[in-house]
Design a protein around this ligand. Structure first.
Ligand SMILES: [Ca+2]
Ligand SMILES: [Ca+2]
Ligand SMILES: [Ca+2]
Ligand SMILES: [Ca+2]
Length: 297
């Protein structure tokens, strides 16, 4: 077949044109298929506004799953990957197919608000409960970089209820923790959030909290009074239980662990030995004295 054949419309020429066209289509299709990617970032939304702001870092090691949607309505898991040290990830996907993504929350994190602001390359695209994006179709050979997930760290607070033996309102060396004291957590609108009890060392904590404003209520055990509030000048070793065992409101920021909300308890009972402790030895001494007195007589 000569060049002349291709240009003359002869049978060999037609075959050559079809072959060239087929090769062109295959190359184009292969290019389209290989050039389709989705991504690209999981980030720490430090100010909780749902937008990737300057200085907000990526989160490494987050698992991202790719699911494909078929024409018959079925959905299949395809593969997963994890974000790199910059929080980046990407998947190769197929031209003109439909997908969605699911992001796994690392422990101690929550998803930030979805679809905030006006820039789809800077917002978070995941449902805050399921971690899933909506379904999308790959229309062109390109890298779709707008599929992002914003997360923020949850907060914690605690952590000590102690026996304030000298009733000075300060955690002094040797003063033990108090077990089994109920501690209630409220947000500052007065809504109950959670309740827990101190362990055998007087330790307690609330974890997995949304950043916000809270207060605590310590429930006074029988036989105790609360130690003086706010004494000694060091918030880490003072008592925060005010009237009725209620603390002032305090703020918890994303990722914060506030461990200085404590309650001192004082009891008079420890200064006055229980009746059997004092009465039995006294009875024994008086009894011996009586016996010796009788012998002398
Ligand atoms: Ca932000
Ligand atoms: Ca986005
Ligand atoms: Ca003390
Ligand atoms: Ca304190």
């Amino acid at each position: 077949m000569s060049t002349k054949d291709i240009h003359t419309g002869s049978f060999p020429g037609k075959v050559a044109r079809v072959a060239l066209f087929t090769i062109f289509v295959l190359i184009a299709f292969t290019f389209q298929a290989s050039a389709c990617h989705v991504g690209d970032k999981v980030w720490n939304d430090l100010n909780l506004n749902g937008i990737q702001d300057d200085g907000e870092p990526g989160i490494e090691g987050v698992e991202v799953k790719l699911f494909r949607h078929y024409n018959n309505g079925t959905v299949s898991y395809i593969e997963s990957t994890t974000t790199d040290e910059d929080g980046k990830y990407n998947f190769s996907v197929r031209y003109r197919k439909c997908y969605h993504l699911q992001f796994e929350l690392p422990e101690g994190y929550a998803f930030t608000s979805q679809d905030q602001g006006t820039h789809d390359y800077l917002d978070s695209d995941v449902n805050i409960t399921t971690g899933e994006t909506k379904k999308f179709k790959i229309w062109r050979a390109r890298f779709y970089k707008k599929w992002d997930a914003g997360m923020y760290e949850l907060a914690s607070v605690g952590n000590f209820v102690w026996k304030d033996v000298n009733n000075n309102g300060v955690q002094d060396q040797g003063e033990p923790g108090t077990e089994g004291v109920t501690v209630e957590l409220y947000d500052c609108t007065g809504e109950f959030v959670a309740s827990t009890n101190t362990d055998s060392t007087g330790f307690y904590e609330f974890t997995g909290l949304l950043p916000g404003s809270y207060y605590m209520k310590f429930i006074l055990p029988d036989g105790y009074v609360f130690a003086p509030y706010g004494q000694g000048g060091d918030p880490a070793s003072d008592s925060d239980a005010g009237d009725g065992g209620v603390t002032p409101c305090f703020d918890l920021s994303a990722g914060e662990y506030n461990e200085i909300i404590d309650a001192g308890l004082f009891t008079h009972n420890e200064e006055i030995p229980e009746f059997p402790t004092i009465a039995l030895p006294m009875a024994a001494i008086l009894g011996l004295a009586f016996v010796f007195q009788r012998r002398k007589e």
